[in-house]
Design a protein around this ligand. Structure first.
Ligand SMILES: [Zn+2]
Length: 213
């Protein structure tokens, strides 16, 4: 086992239970659009999309021979403490580690759009990682998506007391990839090219973090 580096991959919420065909996540993590075609007719399932992106990142890491551990389940909505405890437990075996949690956002009004990255409050090593992810997403998407930034503290990431950011013992970021309850954003998320670009931006961020001192 190469113990130099490991990424803990987290895909938010749950997926579709193959035994029942049902989406197992809380109702707020899905949205029924008035038109379009998503994961189940007009229903967009955030947990399903989070898995599509995170699985693509894992595939890319496989081909680059970069260690990762998935702290999410194929479809069960594991508790946040379970995910964080798993990462913190495995952390001891590696010299350098990083935690990435993938989500898509919802505003409730369906009007908000755009991409954001979160870190825990205060200045930590996570800020550099979030900055790098933001930069790579910007360079791969240009003006095809909108960006939601908080520049009040000099960097583009937004700060929030998300459990997975506060309780992980390593650098950690949480990406909110556009708004799934906005029709334009949701339609854009369904394109394979969109998944590919976010995954590529994430892998570039991972490599940059790994190579940094
Ligand atoms: Zn989410």
């Amino acid at each position: 086992m190469n113990t130099e580096f490991c990424v803990f991959l987290d895909a938010g919420h749950g997926g579709i239970d193959p035994h029942t065909g049902k989406y197992v996540t809380a109702p707020s993590k899905q949205f029924e659009h008035t038109s379009g075609s998503f994961h189940n007719g007009r229903w967009f399932y955030e947990g399903v999309w989070n898995r599509i992106l995170t699985d693509r990142v894992a595939q890319k890491l496989d081909s680059l021979h970069i260690n990762y551990i998935k702290v999410y389940h194929d479809y069960v909505d594991l508790s946040l403490s379970y995910r964080v405890d798993a990462a913190n437990w495995y952390d001891r075996y590696y010299k350098k580690t990083l935690y990435i949690s993938n989500h898509s956002n919802a505003s409730g009004s369906g009007k908000a759009r755009g991409f954001e990255v979160y870190t825990s409050p205060g200045t930590t090593t996570s800020d550099k990682v979030a900055e790098a992810y933001f930069k790579h997403v910007e360079s791969l998407f240009g003006n095809t998506i909108s960006y939601r930034q908080d520049r009040s503290d000099g960097d583009p990431d937004r700060e929030a007391k998300f459990y997975v950011l506060r309780r992980t013992s390593m650098s950690a970021i949480l990406g909110e990839h556009l708004f799934f309850d906005n029709l334009e954003d949701a339609s854009f998320l369904m394109l394979d090219e969109t998944v590919e670009r976010f995954a590529e931006a994430q892998v570039r961020t991972i490599i940059e973090f790994w190579k940094s001192i």
